[in-house]
Structures are given as C-alpha cells and as structure tokens.
Design a protein around this ligand. Structure first.
Ligand SMILES: *[C@@H]1O[C@H](CO)[C@@H](O)[C@H](O)[C@H]1NC(C)=O
Length: 512
C-alpha cells in the first residue's frame, strides 16, 4: 500500500481481503438479476427494493457479493428483495439512475422513487437498514408486541408519551422522522406499559443488546437534546472499530480512543478493564478496541509504531490531532485512565508527524513540514498558497515546474505572498486531504477560512486566484508582463483531475 493510508483505506482493504470469497452460484442465489426489460416491472410490483448497480470487474463489488447474498437471504423472510444490475450490459438502465461508480446501491419505492442506500456495505448493516426502511418512522408499540419490537434491531428507541401530550409527541415524532435511517423508533401512549417498564410519561427508552441493555432519558423532550442523548446511549462503552462502525465513530464529534490488540481474548480483557474509564468519560470520548492483526497498519496514522502491540492512542477526530501513548509502557487501564483525563483536559501536546525542518530553502517554493506548518502557513500576515502533494502522484510531478515558476513571480513580494508545498504523506496537516495535489490559499487575516483551488493548473489561473482571494491582492503578472500564453514554457490547458489513492476516499467512506 502507498504511503498515504488514511485509516479508512486500510480498514477497508483489510476487510475486503478477509471477505472476498467467491459469489454464490447464480442458480441458488437469493439476489435477483434484473435487466432493462424486467427492472421497471419488478420495482413496480414490490413496495421496497434494494438494487445494486455493479460491474463484474469491480473489486468492491466482488467484496460486497457474499455479504449482499447473505443479506438477501435474511431479508427474503421479510419480503424485501435484493436485486442487481450489471452495468456493463445494462448501460442505459444504469444511466437512467445516474450510476457513476461501482457498486452503487439504491433503495427503490417504485420506479419513480429512489434514494441512495445510506448504510455500510456489510451484511448486518444492510439487513438493519432495509428493515428500518420497511417500517414506519414510528411503530406503534403495545404490551403485546413490545418484547418482539425490542429484538428487531441492535438498538430500538421507544417513546412513552401520553396521548394528550402533543408537544412531547411532536418532538419525538420529528426526531424519529429525521433519524429513521439510523434507528428503529416505536411509541406507546399506554400509561400502564410505561409503568411496567419502570418509567414515567413522557420518557424515551433506548433498548440495546449490549452494556446495560437499557437507558432512560427523562430530560426535556426536545429533539436536539434527545438526539444528543441517543448518540451517547447507543454507543457501546468500549466498542469494536471495524468497517461497520468506522463512520459512526468518525462522525461522533468526540475524540476516539483506540486500543490495538492482536487477539480476541486480549480485546475482550481490555474492553472489560476499560469499561469503568469509558463510563466515567461517557459522551466526552469514545473508546474502541481494534484488531491489530487486521488493522495494525493504521497505528502509524496515529503516530504509533505499527509493529508493537498492544498499543493505545487517542485521536481528536474533529481536528485530526493525535495522542499516541508511550509504547514502551504497559497498556494498563488505570495508567491510561490518567492519560485520557490529561488529554481531555488539554494537558497533553498532540504528536505531529514531521520531516525535519529544512535547513535552507532551495528554489522559490517554500518547503513546509509538519513542525513548521503553523509558523509558515498560519501564524503570519501573508497570503500563503499551499500545495499538498504525494511523492507518487503524477499530476503533482507535472505541476512541479509550473509551481516553481509561479513561486518565482512572487519572489519580490515575499513579505505578502508565500508559495509553499508540503508532502502530506510524510507530515501531519490539520486539514483532511483526500486527493493530490490539493491546493489551498490561506489568506492573511482569514487563515481559518482557506480557499481551495479548483481551476486548471496553469500559472496564469493560479496568479489570478491569488490576486482574487488573497488579502494583499498581489498581482504576480502585472500589466506589461508577458502573458503566459506567449511563453513557450507554460502549458495553458491542464487537467483538473486530482489523484486519490485507489480506492478513492469517497468509495472508502461509503464502504465503511
Ligand atoms: C402522536 O400523534 C400522532 C398524530 O396525532 C398519533 O397518531 C400518535 O398516536 C401519537 N403518539 C402517541 C404515542 O400518542
């Protein structure tokens, strides 16, 4: 794998590697193959259908196949068909539904109503997501069906609201409608049932098949407050990080603590040991164990040595700040408890991966590294243009001479404009960079609002961009200077394409 390996990618790679088994024989498959001639009728005849648009050569499609098959088998019992369309044969059909990558999964409610599938590409996620799609936003819960309802998903949420409490009903219903893809909701206005469950009306109860099994919300019934509580209550105290859970943890908005361990026994033991600490900091940090055999390579993204396990690190996901725990020390829950507290209290400096600060600058382009990024890019009154590149990226290589030429144009304005570059694979940068090259301007006085360059990679257009978006409005090619198109060494038309490590980051996020 290339040196640029965001966590997602290797999580994905490893998951794909372990699960890429041969697809089931077509004859006994529960996934229905559809064509242009059969597709419309099929989705008309079925209220709810999940469709996969694929290409036979696509690696992600092959990795999905056995999971899709398993999900189809499970969902058959619920009368939710899973279908597939081979886009190399059914080009027109795939075009109608705007398929622009493989696999594309869409949920159909008849031929005219479809939306993107929003879950992870894993058996359990597909089953859970489609089950929720098949049910109303809020199911009616009664004494008779409550126990069954509780088992319908890993997490179910029931509102106990009296029939005359319009306000509580409204916020609960509205929450359920906005979160119906993620959670299964039910409601009951039966006071006796609420009492039997040990709660007063109004309250919200989250039933889960892990930890304390049941959590009760008895705060104000406001949509936002309930959602915040739901997010915390639905996250396991010490969860397992993997393709199914990755995006949830990344989106949680709180730091993530990783425990890398190679065996299931170790992970179980650590989960046990860390539970009280996780409970203490519930809502402020999420704690997960991670299979170091599968995902160990990602320790290096957290600035840990990827061979020494078990290991521990904290990542502030919102800022991408990393706090690796000293790998010469034992992973002891009590000691690490102190470390977690110190990180949360802001008493630990984040670790920064960095090449050495260059002793001298050669050429006109300023070379930035992790350790002087703040100083060169942020802490100054200059308009700083930064190219985030990767050593292996071909577009970056072809940009290099033009970028050097661009930098030369500002050599007399070094107090106002800096043209810089950073190897984003060897240095930590605050922004998440998903394609190479990425070019951003950090204008003086507005460093927290960088402007990403989306134009063609020509000297002239970049000059214009700096003039328009920089605070100092410096013109690198003032009137009278030679126009680039008159200069033999400048190519005017250049692709806007950015290179991403295969698979693309977008795809990886979808997968997880
Ligand atoms: C909430 O209001 C809706 C619409 O008025 C009603 O159908 C539903 O039964 C109410 N839910 C509860 C739990 O009372």
């Amino acid at each position: 794998m290339r040196s640029f390996t965001p966590l997602v990618l290797s999580l994905l790679g490893a998951a794909a590697a372990v699960s890429a088994t041969e697809p089931a024989d077509a004859a006994d498959s529960n996934v229905i193959s559809l064509t242009k001639d059969t597709f419309d009728d099929f989705v008309k005849e079925h209220d709810l259908v999940l469709a996969e648009f694929y290409a036979p050569w696509c690696g992600h499609c092959k990795a999905l196949a056995p999971k899709y098959e398993e999900a189809a088998t499970e969902l058959k019992g619920k009368n939710i068909p899973l279908v597939k369309v081979d886009c190399t044969v059914e080009e027109d059909l795939c075009q109608i539904y705007d398929v622009d990558g493989y696999p594309t999964l869409k949920v159909f409610r008849g031929p005219d109503s479809h939306k993107s599938y929003g879950g992870a590409r894993q058996t359990e996620s597909i089953v859970s997501y489609m089950t929720k799609q098949s049910m109303p936003a809020v199911s009616s819960v009664t004494e008779e069906n409550l126990e069954d309802f509780k088992t319908m998903d890993k997490i179910v949420i029931v509102g106990y609201v009296s029939s005359d409490d319009k306000t509580a009903n409204k916020s609960f219903t509205s929450l359920a409608e906005s979160q119906r893809d993620t959670y299964l909701f039910g409601a009951s206005n039966d006071a006796a049932l609420a009492k039997a469950e040990g709660v007063k009306q109004p309250s919200v109860v989250l039933y889960k098949d892990f930890d304390e099994k049941k959590a009760v919300y008895d705060g104000k019934l406001e949509e936002e407050a309930i959602l915040k509580w739901v997010k915390t209550a639905s996250t396991p105290l010490v969860g397992e990080l993997g393709p199914e859970t990755y995006s949830m943890y990344m989106a949680a908005g709180v730091p993530l603590a990783y425990i890398f361990a190679e065996t299931a026994e170790e992970r179980e033991k650590f989960a046990e040991d860390f539970r009280p600490i996780a409970e203490k900091h519930r809502g402020a940090i999420n704690v997960v164990t991670l299979d170091a055999k599968l995902f160990g390579a990602h320790a290096s993204n957290l600035n840990l040595e990827p061979e020494k396990f078990p290991a521990f690190a904290i990542q502030e996901t919102t800022k991408n700040a990393k706090y690796p725990y000293d790998q010469s020390k034992k992973i002891d829950a009590k000691e690490i408890g102190k470390f977690i507290k110190n990180v949360l209290d802001g008493k630990v400096e984040p670790s920064i991966k960095s090449e050495p600060i260059p002793e001298s600058q050669e050429g006109f382009v300023t070379v930035v590294v992790g350790r002087n990024y703040q100083e060169v890019v942020i802490d100054n009154e200059k308009d700083v243009l930064v190219e985030f590149y990767a050593p292996w990226c071909g577009h970056c290589k072809s940009l290099a001479p033009k970028y050097e030429e661009l930098a030369a144009l500002y050599s007399d304005a070094a107090d106002k404009v800096v043209i810089a570059k950073i190897d984003a694979t060897a240095n930590d940068v605050p922004d998440s960079i998903t394609g190479f090259p990425t070019i951003k301007l950090y204008p003086a006085g507005k460093k927290d609002e960088p402007v990403e360059y989306a134009g063609s990679r020509t000297v002239e257009d970049l000059v214009q961009f700096i003039k328009e978006n920089g605070k100092h409005e410096v013109d690198g090619l003032p009137e009278g200077a030679k126009k680039p198109e008159e200069r033999a060494d400048v190519t005017v038309s250049e692709s806007k394409a950015a290179e991403t490590p295969a698979p693309s980051d977008k795809e990886a996020h979808d997968e997880l």
